[in-house]
Write a protein that binds this ligand. Structure first.
Ligand SMILES: Nc1ncnc2c1ncn2[C@@H]1O[C@H](COP(=O)(O)OP(=O)(O)OP(=O)(O)O)[C@@H](O)[C@H]1O
Ligand SMILES: [Mg+2]
Length: 135
């Protein structure tokens, strides 16, 4: 997908998620494959007005839509292991009727629910403007 296609895909997904809560989407893929770009587009489709930014330092950001739907965006890149999730309030986040998007879900081990929508992004050799997106 081009960035434009990825954004259109994300917006559609976000619109669908708004009527399918609670919903967990995991985004796997190497650095720079577009996980945060896709999260931003999903957030826009979901109804979040403010731009979704990378939560690398906070590990989790919470957003609200004008109709009070909630989006939690987690970036677990710096997570040392599943035990650290407790400090993020994972227990309460996973119990919410919210949309939860998780970058680097492998860091959380089995704690991410098995019925999450798992999306994988990958670089395309020789073309930095495209990504392979599978789910
Ligand atoms: N087809 C594409 N799809 C997604 N991103 C693209 C595409 N083409 C170019 N890009 C660029 O690649 C970069 C992806 O960065 P992004 O922060 O979304 O990656 P990430 O997977 O979240 O990385 P990290 O693991 O560091 O969090 C952006 O600068 C984006 O503009
Ligand atoms: Mg990112």
């Amino acid at each position: 997908m081009t960035l434009e296609e990825l954004e259109a895909f994300g917006m559609s997904l976000g619109r669908l998620a708004a009527d399918a809560l609670p919903c967990v989407i995991t985004l796997a893929g190497d650095l720079g494959t577009g996980k945060t770009a896709l999260t931003r587009a999903i957030g826009r489709g979901f109804g979040v007005i403010e731009p979704v930014t990378s939560p690398t330092f906070a590990l989790v950001h919470e957003y609200h839509t004008p109709v009070a739907r909630r989006l939690f965006h987690l970036d677990l890149y710096r997570l040392k292991g599943p035990h650290e999730l407790a400090n993020l309030g994972w227990e309460s986040i996973s119990g919410e009727r919210a949309l939860v998007i998780i970058e680097w879900p492998d860091r959380a081990g089995h704690l991410v629910s098995a019925d999450a929508l798992s999306i994988t992004l990958a670089h395309v050799g020789g073309d930095d403007s495209r990504r392979r997106v599978t789910w």
